[in-house]
Write a protein that binds this ligand. Structure first.
Ligand code: GBH
Length: 463
């Protein structure tokens, strides 16, 4: 564990990129403007009981109309615009002028509802071809200005939440009897979706190599939600469980991309329900990333689920790994909680994660595409209190010092670090109840952006 009091740019290699991350649906609003059709999140949000504060993203922080001002204000390399949307063309015209280098994500969860209606979206093989064509169009149109492309954001997360737990769009699930779920098959659909996503990623990568790589010289990656899983005990069954937890999250995508097959533990526990990676697919997938994006926020303990490991219960993707995760051990919590229940502050986890990726996958280039924490949005909290976000400063300072150690001491090839997020914004199921931003957004006063203490801190680090 490393805890530097002061962290500076000097703790990172030359050329290391700092930025912030955001996503179109959480930032833009203007859901009915600019010829935009409904996305699956527009549909999902309108269904009752889905969003904690009954809010929607129809306006959110109105970035669709205000992005020019934001770009002017944030004149540092403070940002990653992972926005691929109606206004991207204009966004991108502004960015080079401001010295900002865009990292663009092609898919951050807002699938056109039309494709969901027509062929069940990612459940259909048709989505692979359509994604490839979409990626081709983006490369062709924006590739002169965008040199870093991320195909998918958190496919592990949305495969499970969208098709098993039903917490995210399109909200299909069956085994867990959520009141408002549409009928789905949570023992198979997450695996089919993830399979199609992998193939769509591979297809987009190929298209780039064939048509654009020579001329544009960009790099292609994928952003994976990557918790670190620490074994609950020294018992073999628990260390095995921690490994399975990693297999069923990171390995689910990285093993196919590096080794051409799903992790053995997944094959064994999922059996026939896991789609087959044929030799041709495997050939296409292996090596189809230039860098790995890791969205890393937190760490959990993992222990063996003795009942599920013996397959004594119903099949369901969220529990196929037969792992119980917990945030405390012997009454001691793994790290202080942020506002969200899932987000415990565990700075050493990022170092172990980076080290793991280095050891297992042969030290590929890694970019921390998201890292951050949230404060509660309390209506009666004074503005001054809300702006004094020392907890966020400590969070980033401690995660960055561990990341720096991973690079300098462990030799991990980490090339960038993006804070989630530039502004407070619409946090999916949690609506506006939490605040992830470096900038405070005053939701009751014309969505005014006000820098929190962490903005000055980040500027100082970058200087
Ligand atoms: C990322 O998700 C997303 O890429 C980004 O859009 C999001 O705003 C940000 O991080 C902060 O959440 O885990 O059962 O409590 C991180 C993964 C997925 C964690 C949804 C919280 C809520 C359901 N997040 N999850 S649960």
């Amino acid at each position: 564990v490393v805890n530097a009091e002061v962290i500076s740019r000097g703790g990172f290699p030359n050329g290391f990129t700092f930025g912030t991350a955001s996503s179109a649906y959480q930032f833009e609003g203007a859901v009915n403007e600019g010829n935009k059709g409904d996305s699956i999140w527009d549909t999902f949000t309108r269904r009752p009981g889905r969003i904690m504060d009954f809010s929607n993203a129809d306006t959110t922080v109105d970035q669709y109309h205000r992005f020019k001002v934001t770009i002017k204000e944030a004149s540092y390399e403070l940002r990653k615009l992972d926005i691929l949307s109606r206004k991207l063309r204009t966004h991108l015209r502004c960015l080079p002028l401001s010295g900002i280098k865009p990292y663009a994500t092609l898919y951050h969860w807002d699938l056109p509802q039309a494709l969901e209606d027509r062929y069940n979206g990612w459940l259909s093989k048709q989505s692979i071809e359509d994604f490839e064509r979409y990626a081709y169009t983006c490369f062709k149109t924006f590739g002169d200005r965008v040199k870093y492309w991320i195909t998918f954001n958190e496919p592990h997360g949305f495969s499970l939440q969208g098709y098993d737990t039903g917490l995210q769009a399109p909200g299909r699930c069956s085994i867990i009897a959520h009141m408002f779920c549409r009928k789905g098959k949570s023992s198979t659909e997450p695996y089919i979706v993830a399979h199609n996503i992998l193939l769509a990623h591979g297809a987009a990568f190929q298209t780039y190599q064939i048509h654009f790589k020579d001329r544009q010289g960009g790099l292609i990656g994928i952003a994976l939600d990557a918790k670190w899983y620490e074994s609950f005990s020294h018992k073999d069954e628990d260390t095995d469980a921690a490994q399975r937890a990693l297999d069923f999250s990171l390995g689910w995508f990285l093993d196919p991309l590096f080794f051409g097959k799903y992790p053995l533990s997944m094959q064994t526990l999922i059996g026939q329900r896991l789609p087959e990676i044929t030799p041709e697919m495997s050939q296409r997938l292996v090596g189809s990333v230039d860098f790995i994006g890791l969205n890393h926020y937190t760490t959990l303990y993992a222990r063996n689920d003795r009942i599920r490991i013996r397959k004594l219960v119903l099949q369901d993707a969220s529990s196929d790994s037969a792992v119980i995760t917990t945030s405390s051990r012997g009454g001691v919590v793994i790290g202080k909680k942020a506002a969200s229940n899932w987000l415990h502050i565990v700075p050493w986890g990022i170092r172990k994660l980076a080290r793991y990726v280095k050891d297992i996958y042969g030290n590929p280039p890694v970019i921390i595409t998201e890292n951050g924490m949230d404060d509660p949005n309390r209506p009666f909290m004074s503005l001054n209190t809300a702006l004094q976000d020392d907890k966020r400063i400590r969070y980033h300072r401690d995660y960055l010092s561990n990341l720096s150690a991973a690079i300098r001491i462990d030799g991990c090839d980490v090339r960038g670090y993006f804070i989630w997020s530039l502004l407070d914004n619409w946090e999916w199921n949690s609506g506006y109840t939490v605040r992830f931003g470096l900038y405070y957004v005053d939701y009751r006063n014309n969505l005014t952006r006000i820098p929190k203490a962490s903005v000055q801190w980040f500027k100082d680090v970058l200087r």
